[in-house]
Design a protein around this ligand. Sequence first.
Ligand SMILES: [Zn+2]
Length: 68
Amino acid sequence: MIKMMMCREVTKLMSKRLDAPLSLKERLVLRVHLSMCHACSECDKQFQLLHQAGQHYQDSPADDHRTT
Ligand SMILES: [Zn+2]
């Protein structure tokens, strides 16, 4: 079951995501929250803009490392 996270927790995930790939569950939780919370959705956009501005190389899409 995906539990609705608090905005503060979600913001932490957004920040964490810039440093390391999130787990499948974390990404899911983030996505669900963003679809329901306009404030966090806007915040996420800002995070991504900042991230893109400060990063010129592309991370390797090593997304298959899943922890269960
Ligand atoms: Zn929120």
